[in-house]
Design a protein around this ligand. Structure first.
Ligand SMILES: [Zn+2]
Length: 593
């Protein structure tokens, strides 16, 4: 009664004599093959059916495999798979799920005539077609699924392939895809475009519809907004409701096109900000499309971002409809999704253990954009909210933070915790980890107080440019950029920090009492007592401390806390009114002072 079925992972390990250490070093060690390149020829009909042929060049990594598993939306029915010699191969595809709530699995198993031999590449040519990969959701409005529309390796985000794609669609619509557009012609009533990846990509996707296009630029990067000219079916209903009930006030046109220019400016801003912090944007252009209102999410594919059309509404419209207003749906959402061009694409993640490097970093980036677009106070508020979220109880009453280390990744999600808690943990705590590092590296004495943090992030992006990184790979970069003050163990390593906040759980409680006494010669004596509870006695923290004089705040430095009780007595060579900690929510801790 009212129950639901869910699958729990009880254990997970590499098969076939491959050790966990080997997989830890290179997650592809356990893959039987990788996909070097795709040549896809896809056609979209006027009633939104998709048909395609996809030629894959695969590189075997292990010998002896004959059954190869690919993921593909089961709504797209495969009618043939041929090998490089044009011979049809046996294949098995799960039942079509249509719109039933039960899925039979979105995969295809292809049986080769001969087993894979490493070092000998193979070609597979798929032919498939179906409805539901694209859905018409209004006049000139189509929802195109971003995953599942071509055969891929399951869980393949850490791998990269070349994509060469041809699309044919009705001339009345505009199609935009990942990669560089290399040609654009018409053939009768059909528009033919070709798209080629400049560098290997993790995924490919497309969107199409009747768009208003707005072009902007962020430095050399073209930023193009593809916003639907007309509202989707749901928003048309909403608009009609407001028009019929004039007492509700004018709501204006609810089509995303009205916000195309604003979105262009905002998205170009995000690219400028993140290029400044993280280094160059990885592609030549960025296209941004609007997702129908009942697909309320955002997704960043390489050079192509899908944004919920709710974020294309202006403040008056959001208010009238009753969407919770605030920076979450605007600045934060745009920044988060845009930053995935770096977090996920410029630098991928090696395994599910490392996905916080993508979602946590994107969460941080969304908040960083809030700081620049609004102010520091709003930025600090975002971290207050993230902290509240981590303290919230999940379905079984455990606080989100206590569910497990962020390094556990999706294995946090189970029938015990629910999916939402996993997301809250990885996103919020993952973001907090990066924010804490930023505040530890903050240098008030420089004209750019973030210069150390930027150098670290740019080094990370350069080192793992268009490659996947693991948590330990990132830690090695942090080790390289840590300051002497962050060296709690005196070994030039940040293990103490990662062990506590990435590989561990717990939130310390701090009770801090600080007094300042002015000396006759213009100096200040600081007396500080720090009491800590809620964590083992061996816990360490590096706490930034701030000096206030009048309305001026500067970071005095950091203090290293190694014991449950610490007292600090120092003379500061300046006149200071007051000393505080945690001014910028620098700590994932409960702080009383
Ligand atoms: Zn994200």
């Amino acid at each position: 009664m009212g129950g639901y079925r869910t699958l729990d992972t009880w254990m997970s390990f590499p098969a076939g004599g491959i050790t966990a250490t080997q997989v830890w070093k290179d997650p592809h060690t356990k893959d039987d093959f990788s996909i070097r390149s795709y040549k896809i020829d896809a056609a979209v009909s006027s009633n939104a059916d998709l048909s395609a042929s996809a030629k894959l060049v695969i590189d075997p990594r292990l010998d002896g495999q004959r059954a190869l598993v690919f993921s593909l939306d089961s709504n797209l029915r495969v009618d043939s798979v041929k090998n490089g010699q044009g011979h049809p191969l046996a294949f098995f595809q799960a039942r079509e799920d249509k719109d039933r709530s039960q899925s039979y699995g979105d995969y295809v198993v292809v049986i080769l005539d001969e087993a894979l031999k490493s070092g000998t590449s193979q070609t597979l040519e798929y032919h498939y077609a179906g409805k539901r990969a694209i859905r018409k959701v209004g006049n000139g409005n189509y929802f195109c699924e971003s995953s599942g529309w071509y055969p891929a390796r399951p869980d393949s985000f850490s791998a990269r392939s070349d994509f060469d794609i041809t699309f044919r669609n009705p001339k009345s619509t505009v199609l935009v895809a990942t990669g560089e557009k290399t040609s654009d012609t018409t053939d009768g009533n059909t528009r033919v475009t070709t798209w080629k990846s400049e560098i290997p990509l993790a995924v490919a996707g497309f969107a199409y519809g009747d768009y208003k296009i707005y072009n902007d630029k962020a430095g050399e990067t073209a930023v193009d907004i593809y916003a639907n000219r007309e509202p989707d079916d749901v928003m048309t209903q909403v608009q009609m409701y407001f028009e019929a009930h004039s007492s509700e006030g004018a709501i204006g046109n609810l089509s995303p096109a009205g916000m195309a220019k604003t979105m262009g400016i905002e998205m170009a801003n995000t690219i400028r900000l993140f290029s400044n912090y993280y280094g160059p944007y990885p592609y030549k252009h960025l296209s941004v499309t609007s997702l129908p209102i009942n697909y309320s999410y955002g997704q960043g594919w390489p050079g192509l971002i899908y944004l919920w059309s709710g974020s294309f509404l202006d403040a008056t419209q959001r208010h009238a409809i009753g969407f919770k207003d605030g920076v979450e749906l605007t600045d934060f959402f745009r920044g988060h999704e845009s930053s995935h061009q770096w977090w996920g694409h410029r630098v991928g993640w090696k395994s599910y253990h490392d996905q916080w490097l993508s979602e946590g970093f994107a969460e941080f980036s969304g908040n960083l954009y809030v700081q620049y677009r609004e102010n520091v106070k709003e930025y600090v508020n975002t971290w207050k909210r993230e902290k509240e979220l981590l303290k919230r109880p999940d379905v079984k009453g455990h606080t989100v933070e206590s569910l497990g280390p962020i390094w556990m990744g999706r294995r946090i999600a189970s029938s015990e915790t629910g999916r939402g808690s996993y997301q809250d943990l990885i996103y919020s705590k993952g973001g907090f980890v990066l924010h804490m590092l930023r505040m530890q590296l903050w240098d008030s004495h420089s004209p750019d107080p973030d210069h150390l943090f930027k150098e670290m992030m740019q080094d990370y992006c350069r080192t793992f440019n268009n490659q996947a990184a693991s948590t330990d790979d990132f830690k090695a970069i942090v080790d390289r950029h840590m300051t002497r003050n962050m060296d709690a163990d005196g070994n030039h390593k940040m293990d103490w920090f990662f062990d506590e906040y990435v590989y561990g759980t717990l939130v310390p409680q701090y009770n801090i009492h600080a007094t300042t006494t002015a000396t006759p010669d213009g100096k200040t004596i600081l007396n500080m007592t720090v009491n800590r509870t809620g964590v083992p006695d061996t816990w360490k923290d590096v706490i930034p401390i701030y000096a206030h004089q009048g309305d001026k705040t500067t970071k005095l430095g950091t203090i290293l806390i190694r014991k449950p009780t610490e007292t600090i007595n120092v003379t500061i060579p300046d006149k200071i009114d007051r000393v505080t900690v945690n001014d910028y929510e620098d700590l994932l801790a409960d702080v009383k002072q």
